[in-house]
Design a protein around this ligand. Structure first.
Ligand SMILES: [Cu+2]
Length: 363
């Protein structure tokens, strides 16, 4: 096993490493005198502490992410040999403002078995930083990129060859939000803000089954790889999760809001198309493809999330109760797991909806 793993990591590393020794540098980073701040990452669905409108000049935002290969229970009694940023699926949301610099230290502890890296869809430069961040177990690397485009964007591991889809669908992806310096604007260009924000990372999983249909459990990502790849090629996931486990955002783990509160929902899918629907609510403002420079669409019922992108939707809750937040392929939501809940407190408004007669005998 050790030999085949070495071969896999060695070949994937060789394919994707960028040789920058022959590239002449035309412009140095303009970071002289910029304030450095450290962002403490938190586990999804929460976002790190941040200002919606930037304060002062652009900053260098220092972030550390530790890669963790770990077994995750993705549904009751179903286990995946997952690969993660910071131990969670999805990885943590990063939040900065346009023109800030993101300075990421990526750590691959020696307890891991594989080579990893990170490709930021938000960044500009070959392979999104993937070629400059290859780290073997026991190494760390530091990458800085300028956040030039405002929006929400996926980041993911992409260590080369077949390892790219394997690392992405075993959990190694997340998202970054780059806010416009003056904050978000509605379709008419008027400033809007949110009372709270949630990050939902949708993940497709491909878990092999034994002859009796029981989901198999493996000792390491390398041991799981061959059979998992065979299931992956069918393009039919066995499980779809919001935030790493079927039911991670339902019941007492539901997202919470109050009547009158405006909530920003950021949804990412690094590999596969999805379609978000809030049952009982709407997307008041939806930034298609996550681009904050475009005017948001208004009053949508369902919004598409293409594989490899994040989207953002703003909704002000007007009624209390339990809202289901789903991938509106309802087979994927109900049978495979792509569903969460938003539990909303407050007073019911009969003007918007009322049960005029209770269920009773047909008259
Ligand atoms: Cu990886």
């Amino acid at each position: 096993m050790a030999t085949s793993l070495m071969a896999l990591t060695a070949s994937s590393s060789a394919e994707e490493t960028i040789d920058i020794s022959n590239i002449s540098i035309s412009s140095e980073a303009k970071i002289e005198g910029l304030e450095r701040v450290t962002q403490t990452l938190v586990a999804p669905p929460y976002l790190p502490e941040h200002n919606q409108i930037s304060v002062g000049a652009p900053k260098i935002v220092e972030i550390t992410m530790v890669i963790e290969e770990k077994e995750l229970e993705i549904a009751s009694g179903v286990f995946a040999q997952a690969m993660t940023f910071e131990g969670t699926n999805p990885g943590p949301m990063i939040v900065v403002h346009q023109d800030d610099y993101v300075e990421l230290t990526l750590v691959n502890p020696k307890t891991n078995s594989m080579l990893h890296n990170i490709d930021f869809h938000a960044s500009t430069g070959a392979l999104g930083g993937g070629g400059l961040t290859n780290v073997a177990p026991g190494q760390q690397v530091k990458l800085r990129f300028k956040a030039t485009k405002p929006g929400v964007f996926v980041y993911h591991c992409a260590p080369g060859g077949a390892m790219i889809p394997y690392h992405v669908v075993t959990g190694m992806n997340g998202a970054i939000m780059i806010l416009p310096r003056e904050g978000l604007k509605d379709d008419a260009g008027k400033s809007v803000s949110y009372d709270k924000a949630y990050y939902i990372g949708e993940q497709d999983w491909y878990i092999p089954q034994d002859a009796d249909g029981k989901f198999k459990r493996y000792d390491s990502p390398a041991a799981a790889m061959g059979e998992t790849m065979e299931i992956m090629k069918n393009l039919t996931p066995t499980h779809l999760t919001f935030n790493g486990k079927v039911g991670a955002l339902t019941g007492d783990k539901a997202m919470k809001a109050k009547v009158g509160e405006t909530v920003l929902f950021i949804h990412s899918q690094a590999n596969r198309d999805s379609r978000v629907h809030l049952i009982g609510g709407h997307g008041d403002l939806v930034w298609h493809g996550g681009s904050f420079n475009d005017a948001p669409a208004t009053n949508l019922e369902t919004w598409a999330v293409a594989g490899g992108e994040a989207t953002a939707a703003l909704y002000t809750f007007l009624q209390p109760g339990l809202y289901a937040y789903v991938n509106h392929n309802l087979i994927e939501a109900i049978l495979l797991g792509a569903a969460g809940h938003v539990s909303v407190e407050g007073e019911w408004n009969n003007d918007l909806m009322e049960q005029v007669e209770k269920p009773g005998e047909i008259k």
